[in-house]
Design a protein around this ligand. Sequence first.
Ligand SMILES: [Fe+2]
Ligand SMILES: [Fe+2]
Length: 170
Amino acid sequence: MPKQDSKGGKAAQRKPAARRPAAASAAAGPAPITKAKLIDHLNDDLAKEFQALIQYVQHAAVITGPQYDAIRVELAVHSNEEHAHAISLSEQIDFLGGTPGVDVAAVQVSKDSKVMLEQDLEGELDAIARYKARIAQAEQLQEYGLRRALEDILMVEEEHARDLQNALDL
Ligand SMILES: [Fe+2]
Ligand SMILES: [Fe+2]
């Protein structure tokens, strides 16, 4: 039957094509990392935790609108949690033999309440991607205590993102 032959032919062509990228990326593995480079990355993460801490304090104070009553309270809670992350990262950087930085990444502000929440969400999504990469790097260097600390931070950042997505009706 010509129809069956052509379907079978297409399926047979698709399968190996779908497998190839996965096999290639598995073979390549994660990019190699050194302890010094990991400390640099963790200090970048720390600067962004200080940014988030400050940004949430400001946004919690100035956000307006009855629809944002619940998230206003959450933003202040988030700020405290970013503070805890900064303490955890600073300890981990010190354990690794580095010096915890005191830089603050650029704080995002707006006069528009919805834009504030979008800025906060953008920061959280960026944090989630960075901490996933950092966990893989810690694993590569067999720094399992660091990996555990980063996993704890990642879980909280995922909660933060969900809170903001709910407030933004996403
Ligand atoms: Fe954080
Ligand atoms: Fe966060």
